[in-house]
Design a protein around this ligand. Structure first.
Ligand code: PLP
Length: 339
């Protein structure tokens, strides 16, 4: 039975593995200063139309978030996030462990707006409180929603008006950028944020996130190293991003993950089950009767339980990946219909 638990349940896309195998005996210098990382960084700069961008490759999403947020903030400064934001809910206090508070705003759709950012600012108006300085958002969000160009532009204006830095966590950026509802491009992200990540872990890499900085952050590699984020065999990150980015594979496989999610969504909706939030990306959150959830689990399907809706219904999370076969989606829909 198939697992819809996550988009990193499989290893790497075969082209990534092939590239790793073909370069296995190459000898390079360490710590991400090798020709593979340089070439991958150039690919990122080209795709972002950002010849002067500073690019760094890190191993994982939590690591990237905590290193960049900590590097951007002074000791008394804080980060603003939606209450559902990954840095607030799912990073074991990693940001707080660097000494910086996460100030949250209640969001219905996982997104921040200028009004929400300003509500946090006005609640932190004295020197006896932390000073919010970075705005953290993710695209896609934790509940599968996307930022539009107009929404991101409004946040940029808000950040400029209040001297804030805007950080977009792109752990699922592949799914966001290839969603039919997306109107943002990599050059837009570069122009509208101060820093963003391009997630590899959830889109075909064994591991790896690329960090793209509009303004270089002083001594950033020192920050990385001190947090254990400079990989001795850093070339493994460069090789993977080269394989993903040089022929558009990154976007092709993200589109597949989205297509499988939409097939699931449409099939589940056709059976009459509701979705509290419309997600145009590779995470879907249907509400099912508890009996159906139990029956699917008994059949061996794996997925996350998001929350209990009432005594008889549960909202579950289904995630598809670059590797999800259409047959697995169709079998799930057939089994759901049967129960
Ligand atoms: C938006 C977002 N950011 C960061 C992360 C953290 O990534 P990792 O598990 O690699 O630390 C995740 C992982 O689920 C995520 O969804």
């Amino acid at each position: 039975m198939y697992s819809f638990r996550n988009d990193y349940s499989e290893g790497a896309h075969p082209s990534v593995l092939k590239a790793l195998c073909e370069t296995n005996l190459e000898q390079t210098c360490g710590y991400g200063l090798d020709p593979r990382c340089m070439a991958a960084a150039d690919l990122v700069r080209n795709l972002c139309a950002a010849p002067n961008a500073a690019i760094h490759f890190l191993v994982g999403g939590t690591q990237a978030n905590l290193v960049i947020i900590d590097a951007l903030l002074r000791p008394y400064e804080a980060v603003i996030a939606a209450h559902t934001g990954h840095v607030n809910v799912h990073e074991t206090g990693a940001i707080e462990a660097t000494g910086h508070k996460v100030c949250t705003a209640l969001s219905n759709d996982g997104k921040l707006t200028p009004a929400l950012v300003e509500s946090v600012l006005s609640a932190h108006s004295s020197e006896h409180m932390v000073l919010p300085r970075v705005v953290y958002i993710s695209d896609t969000t934790e509940i599968g929603t996307l930022y539009t160009k107009a929404e991101l532009t409004a946040l940029r204006r808000c950040c400029d008006a209040h001297d804030l830095l805007l950080f977009l966590d792109g752990a699922r950026l592949g799914s966001a950028l290839t969603s039919p509802e997306n109107d943002l491009t990599l050059p837009d992200l570069f122009a509208l944020t101060d820093v963003f990540t391009i997630g590899g872990t959830k889109n075909g890499a064994l591991f790896g996130e690329a960090l793209v900085l509009r303004t270089p952050c002083a001594h950033f590699r020192w920050h990385m190293k001190q947090r254990g984020a400079v990989l001795a065999k850093g070339r493994l990150l460069g090789i993977q991003f080269q394989a993903l980015l040089e022929n558009g594979l990154y976007f092709e496989i993200a589109r597949h993950a989205n297509d499988m999610a939409f097939r699931l969504r449409d099939g589940i909706a056709a059976l009459g089950f509701p979705f509290p939030v419309a997600s145009p990306s590779n995470q879907q959150f249907p509400v099912l009767p508890n009996a159906a959830v139990a029956a699917l689990q008994a059949k061996g399907y794996e997925f996350e339980i998001d929350h209990a809706v009432d005594d008889a219904h549960t909202c579950i999370r289904l995630v598809t990946s670059w590797a999800t076969p259409q047959d697995a989606v169709d079998a799930f829909l057939k089994d759901l219909a049967a129960c």
